[in-house]
Design a protein around this ligand. Structure first.
Ligand code: ADP
Length: 164
């Protein structure tokens, strides 16, 4: 049986914390779907196509450890997981503050689909504090994000915030 995991998120844009989690998740599944949410619940800096393209580029090096597929999805994550044939939902825990929200989400998802298990992975401490929102804030104010995102992502961010 092919074990499929779905790692959902906004990925606006993908950063070193996400890539750390992906690097761990590929050890657990045969196929990892990076689910890029159409609805981010906030206005995204990058379009869905851009977020997917960046995710594809930055995970290319991890291909082979497991098959990595980047997929856009709309609506409930648990429905996307079922449609993709995923047995596992992968979530990253950043800080204690994530716990309550994730705890609730997982409890609800357990009711919605009893066959899909959520696994939580922790990034290396160097990457735990990285968040897309903060990365965007730093770039918008002219700061250096090279420790938080791969070079290709830093270049795309710089282009977004470059004066017209
Ligand atoms: P969301 O919009 O759902 O917060 P994100 O794109 O920010 O989605 O994150 C997607 C997933 O990656 C979530 O499970 C989130 O907890 C996890 N994640 C984000 N940043 C980090 C990080 N620095 N370390 C570990 N996990 C992270």
């Amino acid at each position: 049986m092919t074990r499929t995991g779905l790692y959902p998120g906004s990925f606006d844009p993908i950063h070193n914390g996400h890539l750390d989690i992906i690097g761990r998740a590929v050890k657990l599944v045969d196929r990892l779907v990076i689910g890029v949410a159409v609805d981010t619940g906030k206005s995204a800096l990058f379009s869905l196509e851009e977020r997917m393209e960046i995710a594809r580029e930055e995970t290319a090096a991890l291909q082979g450890q497991a098959e990595i597929v980047v997929h856009g999805y709309q609506g409930l994550t648990i429905n996307a997981a079922r449609a993709l044939g995923a047995q596992v939902l992968v979530r990253g825990l950043r800080a204690f503050s994530d716990f309550e929200h994730e705890f609730q989400l997982t409890a609800m998802n357990q009711q919605l689909d009893r066959d899909i298990e959520t696994v939580f992975l922790m990034a290396d401490p160097r990457h735990q504090a990285v968040a897309s929102r903060l990365v965007k804030d730093i770039v918008s104010m002219g700061g250096d994000v090279s420790r938080f995102v791969p070079a290709g992502v830093a270049a795309r961010l710089a282009a977004k915030f470059a004066p017209a």
